[in-house]
Design a protein around this ligand. Sequence first.
Ligand code: GSH
Length: 352
Amino acid sequence: MSNTSGQPPIVLAGQYWSPYTRKMRAVLRYRQIPFRWMLRGSKWDDLPDAPVPIIPVIAYPNEAGDGYGDVTVDSSPQIMRLETEYEGRSVVPTDPALAFIDMLLEDFGDEWVTKMMYHYRWAYEPDIDKAGKLLPLGGNLQLDSDQAQQGYEFITQRQIGRRALVGSTEWNTPLIEDSYRQVLAMLQARFSRGDFLLGDRPGRGDFGIFGQLTQLVQFDPTSMQIAVDEAPKVIRWVERADDLSWLPVDGDDGWASIDDLDPAVKDLLGECGRTYAPFLAANAEALMSGADEVVCEIVGLDGKVREFRQAPFGYQGKCLKWLRDAYAALSDADRERVDGVLAGTGCEQLFA
Ligand SMILES: N[C@@H](CCC(=O)N[C@@H](CS)C(=O)NCC(=O)O)C(=O)O
């Protein structure tokens, strides 16, 4: 793809405080895909509206090359479209069975770890105060103090008001916070032995989890301190994963064998199966039955069963459908190898 202005063909528009924006910027950098970075909603933002007003967007030029005809949202489809349009340094493992595991890890990052991110940002006073002061300045440093104060009130009230929608309630707090510590411990263990989840190169799962961690371990004070104390390697990994354009990658080499996954990665699948999988299954049922609350049982780290409750979430219904479609599309032999890895993790309940 080319255009006449001498600019890189595609534009990534988002905000530094947005985990999905950071995810997509890291993917583009790692893949060495030329792009123009744009602060969404700033005075420089000349892109058309997206189909839904979320970030990040990736905009593709129109045929004539004088504007942007195609403005896309949602990071997972964005990643897959980039796979079809640009060769090399793929983030999708060549083995379809491993690629499925990677997709599941990405979804766990995007849809479960994001609950931790939202929770820590908007549950505790120091975190709320930091986000309230900094987020409104994301695209405009010339805000005067009145405007900044209005931005503070607006963003903190709106986001705190939405906590329950993603499940960040008093009731769910122990589950979400325990799961954060578990994920950190598992990643810390993984990085003691290797640099990425599925081998010597990053996949979709790395970038999904990375995106949320850019906020959890680098911005929000409460979750950041937990990472300093319990998982310092994870903090260094997040810094590194932000720009992997330098990482040597040789063709399709570097992926782990699905029969030889690191124990910590299996633990991560177990954490997905313990927490996200029951939620996702219950969410799908609630969407189908029209129930106004998702209630699912999650086994706590002490072995006691706890309930996780939140309103049904339409988007995550779509996520489960994508996962099930991908599972169904596997060959019998690949599906068997996936089943072998998922057996006993709790994730298998999504595909039974
Ligand atoms: N599923 C989307 C999620 C994108 C998303 O939810 N973005 C948030 C901020 S990180 C957003 O723009 N929300 C709009 C709003 O809160 O008004 C993805 O994978 O990119």
